[in-house]
Design a protein around this ligand. Structure first.
Ligand code: SOE
Length: 390
């Protein structure tokens, strides 16, 4: 190994579900991919000392800290991975970029358009001195989704006329499911809209290469009060010591006009019983269609009108070494899963840092999604009227 090989030391702020998923990415990527730098999982930051120390041991971080400001100020930290609730995304990301660190920030980029704009400004300023900023829309990094984008860009579907995208979960179907930060607008920004809708907006924009320009939609909160757990006392929506007020949507449904002239439907919900993590998009173009379904994520379904009388949807198993990211893993047909996107995210960020290229999705991509979410909320407040994304 050459003596001038770089080592990139990572600090991860936040250690919940996304922290666990990101840890898996940092731990695994260097063992499967030939990264252009060594990666060290230096510090994990959390609020309570015991829990954070336990997370460091479990996930493989060298140190635990309860002080994110001191951590990002360290000279021996190169990358800051932001996995905290949305209300801290802008503060931690901007401080880290200003401290000269590369930043990976979980989605949605921020809780508001104003915060996302400030983050883009900080990323632009950091870029002048080589700083990289990336937002964690990991589903872009499922091989079948990458392949879908390549096929659309190559014109395989022709012009996109229609899209339909859903992201359905059910963990809030039960009205007695407890309050968490994800149900508090001040912490999470929005509900299913930002948590799940952000993914499908990004996926449609990424795969089609187009922007959502105008929306008409509605949001609903079916359960407005939920049992309060001791650790959630103090959330801004809390009404009493026993129940908290839900201040975000349970479901969001909207139409979107695409910049290429097409139209798409979007639905994000956390109250669809039986739907655990059901993300599905379908695109129909002038020459064909494609379908991606996260519950069958190694497969891309393709239909080509050119196949004439024998046309039908083909199930393409996206596990060949020639497919994006796949060569580093297993032989054809040996399936990848949810967690692999987090490894691919590490590969792309580390490669960009070493190559000096811009990692994608950029903070600007995150801002464009944020603007769509904001337009949906404005449309919903205005009787589902068509509303410009701005
Ligand atoms: C919500 O339940 C959630 O964890 C999202 O926040 C993630 O982004 C998604 O990957 C899975 O579902």
């Amino acid at each position: 190994m050459s003596g001038d090989r770089r080592t990139l030391r990572v600090a991860m702020v936040g250690r919940g579900f996304m922290g666990a998923a990101h840890s898996q990415g940092w731990r695994t990527a260097p063992h499967f991919f030939d990264l252009p730098a060594d990666v060290e999982m230096a510090v994990v930051v959390g609020r309570d000392p015991e829990g954070t120390a336990a997370a460091a041991r479990k996930y493989g971080w060298q140190e635990a800290s309860t002080d994110w400001r001191a951590t990002i100020a360290r000279d021996d930290v190169d990358i800051v991975d932001v996995c905290v609730p949305g209300d801290l995304h802008s503060e931690v990301s901007i401080a880290a970029l200003e401290a000269g660190k590369h930043v990976l920030c979980e989605k949605p980029l921020a809780n508001t358009v104003a915060e996302a704009e400030a983050m883009v400004a900080a990323a632009d300023a950091a870029a002048a001195s080589g700083g990289k900023a990336m937002v964690g829309f990991t589903y872009r990094r499922v091989p079948a989704v990458q392949l879908a984008a390549q096929l659309v860009a190559a014109g395989e579907l022709g012009d996109i006329r229609e899209g339909r995208a859903v992201y359905l979960q059910d963990w809030l179907s039960d009205p007695e499911a407890p309050m968490t930060w994800r149900l508090d607008k001040a912490s999470a920004g929005s509900g299913a809209l930002g948590d799940l809708g952000a993914h499908i907006v990004d996926m449609v924009q990424f795969v089609t290469g187009q922007q959502v320009d105008r929306v008409a939609g509605t949001t609903r909160t079916f359960t407005t009060e939920r049992p309060l757990l001791a650790e959630n006392v103090g959330l801004s929506g809390t009404a009493s010591s026993e129940r908290g007020t839900v201040t975000v949507d349970d479901a969001a449904l909207f139409l979107g006009e695409l910049s290429g002239g097409g139209v798409a439907t979007f639905e994000a919900t956390r109250v669809a019983p039986g739907r655990k993590n059901g993300l599905r998009i379908e695109l129909n173009g002038t020459r064909g269609s494609l379908v991606f379904d996260l519950e069958d994520l190694n497969v891309l379904q393709l239909y080509s009108s050119a196949d004439g009388a024998n046309a039908g949807f083909r199930r393409v198993l996206v596990t060949e070494p020639s497919h994006p990211y796949v060569a580093a893993w297993w032989p054809p047909g040996h399936m990848l899963g949810y967690e692999h996107g987090f490894s691919h995210q590490v590969v792309d960020l580390v490669t960009s840092i070493c190559d000096g290229t811009q990692p994608s999705p950029t903070f600007a991509d995150g801002l464009s999604v944020q603007r769509v979410l904001d337009a949906v909320e404005r449309s919903s407040a205005d009787g589902a009227r068509w509303t410009d994304v701005r």
